[in-house]
Design a protein around this ligand. Structure first.
Ligand code: F6P
Length: 543
């Protein structure tokens, strides 16, 4: 297993602390008196460029960050991950999602099963099923082709497939529309079902555990709607399929054994879109495009595994993130896709990143005394520019940004797409270069009003950002992009000496909700805290 040395004890970490002092001192001055970054810092992979030239670091810091990766044993960590070692120690599980995108490279035994054979046979089933849906070989009970797919799931069983299908709308198969219902708020299911015809609707109940309260409630409600609107118990088997590691529970719900798509404990929920959890993606964009998504991710796996540190995009993303978080004090990261298709990407990354690295206990079980995973947030550009960019440019927080750009549009309006690109490029430039008081005054001309308002029109600049520039948004680049972030998260977890693949922090709220539900439904309780008790009383009073 990986060494459990806290990063703060590593030589490189100590040196980085020293180096950060002068950067912080210069940053605290206004105007900021430093020259950092380097216009040459970019990695060009042919159809993708990672530009990290605008960051608050110099060559010495970069070298020390690479040393940190070395001292933290990133390479050994990844070797353990892809060897099937139980690196998710608190759940005694392996973490093998890279096997889902390139099973041929994973001819290994896990829990008595051959990983390659398992994944290949699951892919064959996904292929057969999605082809049958797309060719209308498989129909609803009345013989009509399926026109709508409703994925019922939450967290990793929703965010990935929803995000990817939205991003790849231009690849949707004609005649098929996906819908995603996650919230236990009945409004979500009601609003979705309102438009649908039970005879042409396929439900995919996606839940790794098949016990998640929200998903089970929505699945039962969907079944009742189906039966109450012309279907019957037997026909549930034609209209409901399930994706789960809990095959028995899926069958007890009423799904035909043939229509339960399994996966494995070694696939974490937030890393599961590559498994059968992605069946809604395969049905929506076609199996051959789903395979391209996997191929793109597999390319990122190879890039991460084989590239030297200096050329390694996810590793550099991780190291720059650590520099910003642990040495410069950034508390959040903004994800800014200049692509409306990627409107759910920040939300997707919130789970991937924050559920993975939002941990305060290290791998030895001790509290950490350094920051771990940052708050991840964002919105597509240009919308964000008219909302929160004010704070990025002139606020008091250091917020590193990732801008994700595509040089071509998949649609017709390249002119308009150029506006989008110009905005993305301009924002990264403005965030970094800022605008000095002198320039503001010169531009204003009028001495008196310049004197008065120049301080408000001044831009401090030196806000760090990375640019991820792709040629086009397609299934392969989508897969590549997602997997880059997965590896970034992995590398940061190794350096922070935390377990990235468990999520105990979600349990307490679930447990309490389980206890509160019967009380809301009338059960007496005398051991409730006064705040919750008063709120429940009000809710009951209002009926
Ligand atoms: O509550 C958090 C979580 O366990 C996530 O990790 C997971 O993606 C989600 O719930 C859904 O879980 P399941 O797929 O088992 O329904």
């Amino acid at each position: 297993m990986l060494s459990k040395t806290p990063p703060t004890q590593l030589k490189s970490w100590k040196r980085l602390k020293e180096l950060s002092q002068s950067v912080l001192a210069a940053l605290s001055k206004s105007p900021k008196e430093i020259r950092l970054g380097n216009p040459g810092w970019r990695i060009d992979l042919g159809n993708m460029v990672f530009d990290f030239s605008r960051n608050l670091l110099d060559k010495e810091v970069l070298i020390e960050l690479e040393r940190l990766a070395d001292e933290a044993n990133i390479r050994e960590g990844y070797r353990q991950l892809i060897s099937g070692d139980e690196i998710n120690e608190t759940e005694n599980r392996s973490v093998l999602h890279p096997a889902l995108r390139n099973p041929a490279a994973f001819d290994l035994e896990l829990d008595g099963l051959n990983v390659r054979e398992e994944v290949e046979s699951s892919l064959k089933r996904i292929e057969k099923f999605s082809n049958e849906i797309n060719s209308s070989k498989r129909t609803g009970f009345s013989g009509l082709p399926f026109t709508d797919i409703v994925n019922i799931g939450i967290g990793g069983s929703d965010l990935g497939p929803y995000m990817v299908t939205e991003a790849l709308k231009e690849y949707w198969k004609p005649g098929i529309k996906p819908h995603f219902v996650s919230n236990v708020d009945p409004f979500h299911l009601d609003q979705t079902l309102k438009e649908l015809n039970p005879q042409t609707t396929l439900f995919i109940i996606s839940s790794k555990t098949f016990t998640t309260q929200e998903t089970m409630a929505n699945a039962e409600a969907a079944k009742s709607w189906f039966i109450g609107n012309g279907g019957n118990e037997l026909q549930v088997q034609d209209h409901f399929i399930a994706v789960s590691t809990n095959i028995e529970a899926a069958q007890s719900f009423g799904v035909d054994k043939e229509n339960v798509f399994g996966f494995w404990d070694w696939v974490g929920g937030r890393y599961s879109l590559w498994s059968a959890i992605g069946i809604s993606i395969a049905c929506t964009i076609g199996y051959h495009n789903f395979k391209k998504l996997l191929k793109g991710a597999s390319k990122a796996d190879k890039h991460f595994k084989d590239s030297e540190f200096k050329q390694n995009i996810p590793l550099l993303m991780a190291l720059i993130g650590i520099w910003n978080t642990n040495f410069l004090g950034a508390e959040s990261e903004a994800i800014l896709p200049y692509s409306q298709g990627l409107h759910r990407f920040p939300a997707y990354l919130q789970q991937a990143n924050m559920e993975s690295n939002g941990k305060a206990i290290d791998r030895s079980g001790n509290p950490v005394d350094y920051s771990t995973g940052p708050i991840v947030w964002g919105e597509p550009g240009t919308n964000g520019q008219h909302a929160f960019f004010q704070l990025l440019h002139q606020g008091t927080h250091l917020i590193p940004c990732d801008l994700i750009l595509f040089s071509k549009t998949n649609g017709e309006y390249q002119n308009q797409h150029d506006m989008l690109l110009a905005n993305g490029l301009a924002q990264a430039k403005a965030l970094w270069e800022g605008k000095s008081i002198e320039t503001v005054k010169k531009q204003m001309g009028n001495e008196k009003s310049a004197q008065l308002t120049a301080p408000f029109r001044f831009f401090q600049g030196l806000n760090p950002s990375n640019i991820l520039l792709f040629e086009t948004l397609n299934p392969e680049t989508m897969g590549f992009l997602i997997a880059l972030y997965e590896h970034k998260i992995f590398a940061q977890g190794v350096i922070w000496n935390i377990f990235s693949y468990d999520q105990w922090g979600v349990e307490l709220g679930k447990e309490m909700a389980g206890k509160l539900l019967p009380i809301l439904n009338g059960k007496d309780s005398n051991d409730l805290d006064p705040t919750t008790s008063a709120l429940i009383e009000t809710i009951k009073k209002w009926g």
